[in-house]
Ligand binder design. Structure first.
Ligand SMILES: [Fe+2]
Length: 221
């Protein structure tokens, strides 16, 4: 009896935990069947994201709500599997680590943020950026562009550990910063992935940035 109680499918486990409140559950066909003891690891999140994204041919076909729910359901800070990807180069403001390609067009990254450091104000060209905070907290600043292409701050919020966020270029530009005295770590899904983004200064001048990875699949490049 005890065994049958705990060996539920992923979907049933989600339902029993009630972690989604009023939100709809991820589509059942995308959820793998696995033990409650091992469910919710990064490996299972990857499988579920692959299921959600495998038939996507265009960025507008992504089920944003489903992907957000999968990220919300992932236990994040209490998982240990992501730690092998959280490599850092302390000379950088933040270190980008490729975990894996979810699909040929979608990348999953772990970013490690140095204390007191921040990113530039940047775009996400023709892409969707999903984030989950794995450790610590990160402040996100959102910007629109005025007629002179200058970024105008319209909202700042501190994303706490395990919170989930989403941005694309229709929402605006953003910058992220670690205002704490400790390292922060975030998980990012970019779909479709991209090689170049634009950084903006306060005058609206933009420069292209090549997106590189400090490590791939847990090994320094
Ligand atoms: Fe970003």
């Amino acid at each position: 009896m005890i065994r049958s109680r705990y060996f539920l499918t992923g979907y049933q486990s989600i339902k029993s935990k009630g972690t989604f409140g009023h939100e709809s559950f991820p589509n059942r066909r995308h959820i793998q069947s696995y033990s409650i003891f091992e469910q919710n690891s990064l490996s299972h999140l990857i499988k579920d994201l692959q299921g959600s994204l495998k038939d996507v041919k265009h960025k507008d076909e992504i089920n944003t709500r489903e992907v957000l729910n999968l990220l919300r359901y992932y236990k994040g800070s209490s998982d240990i599997e992501w730690k092998k990807y959280s490599l850092r180069d302390p000379k950088r403001s933040y270190t980008r680590n490729l975990v894996t390609k979810i699909t040929p067009f979608s990348n999953l990254l772990v970013l490690v943020w140095e204390p007191g450091k921040k990113s530039s104000i940047h775009d996400h060209p023709n892409s969707n950026c999903f984030m989950k905070i794995l450790q610590g907290e990160i402040k996100e600043n959102l910007y629109s562009k005025n007629t002179e292409n200058k970024p105008i701050l319209y909202r700042s919020m501190t994303l706490q550990e395990n919170s989930v966020a989403y941005i694309n270029d229709n929402i605006g530009l953003h910058s992220m910063q670690n205002d704490s005295d400790n390292l922060s770590v975030s998980l990012h899904l970019y779909t479709p992935s991209y090689q170049t983004s634009k950084s903006f200064n306060s005058d609206g001048l933009a420069v292209n940035n090549e997106m590189d990875y400090y490590s791939s699949h847990g090994k320094i490049n």
